[in-house]
Design a protein around this ligand. Structure first.
Ligand SMILES: [Zn+2]
Ligand SMILES: [Zn+2]
Length: 186
């Protein structure tokens, strides 16, 4: 898959404030966040493209990057660990700062300390690290395979969606007698 997270913004930096670029960004989650795919079946790993429209806006001295990207991810159910397909929406909004003045060629020491937000001396703006962090933040905290997932038995680990396990107490015999009575009435 062709990723395009590394953007050359030299031309945009030469333009006046308010100039924009639109890019349809594509990221490969295998490469961006390999930890997401740990323990996921290979068949399910095919679902791994994060993509969406991103706008770059030339501001005073910086470039404002805004976008909304979508993916579908496979996560373990929070109760029974079965794989769950979950939609992922990543809101991207970051200000990237040049480290070289495009006109004078002078080095700039950015006030921004996070180097992931620096545009390098070749005028390359790299979305990789900010998107990686945004994906991890956007993950659903409590994915469920279904709303009423019964989860795993805390004692024997059986999947209770497949039926009760042997750890469960036998039904109260008084209820069994009542059930027999009701059956007899049918
Ligand atoms: Zn479940
Ligand atoms: Zn059990």
């Amino acid at each position: 898959m062709e990723q395009n997270l590394i953007l050359n913004v030299a031309q945009l930096l030469k333009e006046s404030v308010g100039a924009t670029r639109s890019v349809h960004v594509i990221a490969d989650l295998h490469r961006l966040t390999p930890e997401l795919l740990e323990g996921v079946d290979e068949a399910d790993q095919a679902v791994s493209t994060l993509s969406g429209p991103v706008r770059l806006l030339r501001t005073g001295g910086d470039i404002l990057v805004q976008g909304r990207l979508y993916a579908e991810v496979i996560l373990p159910c929070a109760r029974c660990l079965a794989p769950v397909r979950a939609p992922l929406v990543v809101e991207l909004e970051e200000v990237f700062t040049p480290t070289l003045d495009i006109i004078t060629g002078q080095a700039i020491i950015p006030e921004e300390e996070d180097r992931a937000l620096w545009i390098d001396e070749h005028h390359i703006l790299d979305l990789t690290e900010v998107l990686r962090q945004d994906v991890l933040v956007a993950l659903p905290m409590h994915p469920l395979c279904r709303e009423d997932c019964r989860g795993l038995c805390p004692t024997c680990g059986a999947n209770l969606n497949d039926g009760p396990c042997n750890c469960r107490p036998e039904p109260d015999p008084r209820w069994a007698r009542l059930a027999a009575l009701l059956d007899a009435e049918d």
